[in-house]
Structure formats: C-alpha cells, structure tokens
Write a protein that binds this ligand. Structure first.
Ligand code: RFL
Ligand code: PHB
Length: 389
C-alpha cells in the first residue's frame, strides 16, 4: 500500500488528523490496534476548550456537538468555608467551554471518515516503523496473519502513551520529563441527571469532581490511592465518599444510581522531546500526558493535530518545509503551558498522602488569593479556557 501519510492510532488524534488531511487533498491510512467497538467503549475526556470547539466546527464536525453538548462559562471550585468559586473563562476572555464526551467526538470522527471513504485498518497487530531517517519510510503490520506494508512520505505517531511510535525513536534521540502523582482518579458513569455545573471539590478527604455527559448521564470522580482497584469500590462506597467531599447542600443535590462504568486512572505528567524524528511526527498522548485536573489532554491532542496538519498542508501545497521543521517547538510551547497548568491545579486541589500540615496551608492560601485577586483569576481563566492555537 502507499499513502502520503501513515497514521498510527485511531483515537481522537489520528482520526482528526486523517479527516483534516483529507479535506486538504492529502491521503492517509490509519492503523489502529484495537477494534472500532473497543475504541468507542473507552470513556475519557469530557470538557473542550473554546479553540477545540471552533476547530471541530470549522472542519464540519460541530453539528452533533452543538446539539448535544452543554456550554459552560468555566468550571466551579468548592472549598470548605468559601463561596463557590467560578473559573470564569467567559468573563475574562469572552470564550466558553463545552461539555461533550470524547466518546461522542470519536463516534463523530469515525462517521466522518466512513462517509468520506477514509481508509482505517482496525485490529492492525505488530505495527512497526521503519527507515525513519532514510527519506523512504514505511510501516509494517500484521492483519489476519498476513504481514502488510505501507510506503509513505510521513508517519504520524498518534498511538497514545503506550503506543509504538515514541518507542521507535532511538533512546539517545529523545528525552522524557516526568512526574507521577501518588494518587489516581476513580471515575464512574451513571444514568442519573447530573448537577447543572461542572464542579471540582477540595476537601480534607481528597479531591472530587462532578461532571456530565448529557441530561441523564453523569460522570463523577474521586481521588483514590494508586493501590486501589475498582473492585474495592462498591457503588455505595463511591457515592458515600463522593458526597462526603462536597459541601452538604451540593451533596444533597447529587442523584445516585447504579454505575454503568467504573475505572481508575493514574495521574501523571509526561513530555517526550522532541516531537519529531526524521519522517516521524508525534501528536497527542503519544508525546505527552497531563493529569486530568484542568481537562487539557484531548485539547492538546487537537492543538498538535492543528499544527501538524497545517505543516503538512504547507509542504504539499506550497513545497514549504519550515512549518514541519518548527512543528516540535511550536507544539511543545503549548504543551508545556498545559503541563504547568494541570500540575498547578492538581497540586492545588489534591491531598498528598502522608504530607505534613505545611502544603495544606499553602493550598488554602493559594485558593484564598485566587478568590480575592482579579489578576490571579484572569491568569487562570485565560489558560483554562485555552490559549489560542
Ligand atoms: P488515545 O486516545 O490514547 O488513542 C491512541 C490510539 O492508538 C491506538 N494504539 C495503537 N494503534 C496501532 N498500533 C499500536 N502499537 C498502538 N498502540 C496504541 C490505541 O488503541 C488508541 O486507539 O490518544 P490520542 O488520540 O492522542 O487522544 C488523547 C486523549 O485520549 C487524552 O488526552 C484524553 O482522554 C485525556 N483526558 C481528558 N482530556 C481533556 O482534554 N479533557 C478532559 O476532560 C479529559 N478527561 C482524560 C480525562 C483522560 C482520562 N484517562 C482515563 C486517562 C479523564 C480521564 C479519566
Ligand atoms: C470529565 O467530564 O470527564 C472531566 C471533566 C473535567 C476534568 C476531567 C474530566 O478536569
């Protein structure tokens, strides 16, 4: 097979890249290790930055999002002893955010690719990248027991944190920067009406989050030890702990019911630099991970795809390679902003196991300052709603 761009991974990064390239007359093949059904079953992100919403609309992917998504001025923070605090993106930037699930975006992307006759290979096993520096790169994979080969001009590594693309860069040509946090998030989905607002709650028992996926679908999280497994958490225990972390009046409004999904995600900050090696360009979680506090991961995947698709378009339409050469540096500037913001919010809103009383005092003072300073609020709101691409 031959394609201008071979895309490894059919998550949001890979599918969006292939969609935008197609609209610019650039051909691609997407190689996805799992089945489409499996990819669509993963429950992940739920909050989109203003720039992500605009980009999805611009590429014809906004219709269902605008129908079913829920617009928010920002996310609220509940802190014991304080009035509810709104990270007010709208007030400070004029922009809003959208609650719309990654699952739905991925469905929209699959259907857009299928309508356009896009080439997606599901259940592609043993994907391997070859000759990245040769000027004639290619990818091999196993499908139904047969080895296949895709010759291409470029390879886009969109295969997430555990993918093969980043590992295909020689160890001495990349550097990783990492923080692993000493807790995870236990998340549940339940077919119950959500609260009106998306709320981060800080309490001495740890962090909790109330979010939503639709008028009758709620998503909730609680901070938990990394050693826990979902089996340790009955629904009853989950609801009890969730409510204990919210102020009593908010807890009273939470409608409980059976969970339809329950999983634990570890929290990590990770960046691999550079995001390019020869013909290989990394995008999304393949190059970087942020803890979910701040809701930046999917939005970063979208901004990477924006920069990479723009660079590939300039290459094919205008024979310009300057944007490709600048890709890693351009994308990383925005990545590090999200890494810093997500780290800061994680530190502000979580209780670190075994800590002495000093950090709790700092957190409280930081939050107190935030509630009193318009400058602090403006700084946070601007980055939370998302810096321009
Ligand atoms: P994905 O989604 O991991 O997709 C990668 C795809 O590559 C496939 N793959 C391979 N294919 C071929 N060969 C291989 N060797 C392969 N290895 C892997 C995988 O099967 C998969 O289909 O990465 P992508 O596309 O870069 O997208 C990134 C986002 O998924 C991620 O950043 C977000 O989900 C992070 N995130 C959030 N981001 C937000 O912007 N807002 C949020 O509110 C938000 N909440 C979250 C989150 C992530 C969470 N978890 C579970 C990590 C909440 C949670 C709980
Ligand atoms: C979600 O709705 O899943 C969600 C919302 C906000 C976050 C992370 C996840 O910071």
């Amino acid at each position: 097979m031959r394609a201008q761009v071979a895309i490894i991974g059919g998550g949001p990064s890979g599918l969006l890249l292939s969609h935008i390239l197609d609209l610019n007359g650039i051909g691609s093949i997407v190689l996805e290790r799992k089945s489409k059904a499996y990819v669509l079953e993963r429950i992940r992100a739920g909050v989109l930055e203003a720039g992500t919403v605009e980009l999805l609309r611009q590429y014809g992917l906004g219709a269902r999002m605008d129908r079913e998504g829920h617009v928010h001025d920002g996310i609220r923070i509940k802190w014991p002893g304080y009035d509810t605090f709104l990270i007010d993106g709208h007030r400070f930037t004029g922009k809003t955010m959208m609650a719309y699930g990654q699952t739905q975006i991925t469905e929209d992307l699959y259907s857009a690719r299928e309508t356009a006759g896009g080439h997606i290979v599901e259940e592609a096993e043993d994907v391997a990248l070859h000759d990245l520096k040769s000027g004639r790169p290619y990818v091999t994979f196993l499908k139904e027991g047969k080895t296949q080969r895709v010759d291409c001009d470029f390879i886009a590594g969109c295969d997430g944190f555990h993918g093969v693309s980043r590992q295909s860069i020689p160890a001495d040509a990349r550097r990783a920067y990492e923080r692993v946090y000493p807790f995870g998030w236990l998340g549940i989905m339940s077919e119950t009406p959500p609260l009106d607002d998306i709320i981060y709650a800080y309490s001495e028992r740890g962090f909790a989050l109330a979010s939503q996926r639709g008028p009758k679908l709620s998503r909730y999280y609680v901070q938990c030890p990394t050693t826990d497994s979902p089996e340790d958490w009955s629904d009853e225990r989950f609801w009890h702990e969730l409510k204990a972390r919210f102020p009593a009046d908010t807890a009273a409004k939470i409608v409980t019911g059976p969970s339809i999904e329950k999983s634990i995600a570890p929290l990590r900050s990770f960046v691999s630099e550079p995001m390019q090696y020869g013909a290989l360009y990394l995008a999304g979680d393949a190059a970087h991970i942020v803890p979910p506090t701040g809701a930046k991961g999917l939005n970063l995947a979208v901004s990477d795809v924006f920069y990479l698709s723009r660079a590939l378009r300039a290459f094919y339409a205008d024979r310009r390679s300057d944007l490709l050469e600048a890709y890693s540096e351009t994308a990383l500037r925005r990545v590090w902003n999200a890494v810093r913001l997500s780290w800061w919010l994680t530190t502000l809103l979580h209780v670190f196991p075994g800590e002495d009383p000093f950090p709790a005092k700092l957190r409280r003072n930081e939050f107190d300052y935030l509630t009193r300073s318009e400058h602090a609020q403006a700084t946070l709101a601007e980055q939370f709603v998302g810096l321009p691409f």
